[in-house]
Write a protein that binds this ligand. Sequence first.
Ligand SMILES: [Zn+2]
Length: 132
Amino acid sequence: MALEIIVSLNGRPIAAACAVNISDLAKLSDYKVTAFETASSFTPAASNTFKIEAHDREQSCWALVEKIASRAKVHPEEQGLSRDEALAQGKRCGCRGADDYCECQNVPDAITRADRRATRPVLAGQDEGSSE
Ligand SMILES: [Zn+2]
């Protein structure tokens, strides 16, 4: 079973997500989700993959759409992982980097975010230490 969500603006698709049930349609189901959005005047094109776990299927489809929508957006600071970052995070995770849909392969963890901050040049006037 795959649930597809397409977001159109004046009939033109600008974003889509596909959620595939990976738990044999159990009452509490897990889904692998892939989401995309096209570039706009305000945001670059982006994609995101993630897992939704233990979702109760016996309710309105909008409940699943709500969960997908809440996680599909890629926060600019959390954009993508380099191959090296994904490898390093995989070593720190229970999946050992083998699950492409695991958060460790898609979202920077606390250590990666700290590493990025440490290597990022500090801009004049930027408030240090207030993040998180
Ligand atoms: Zn993992």
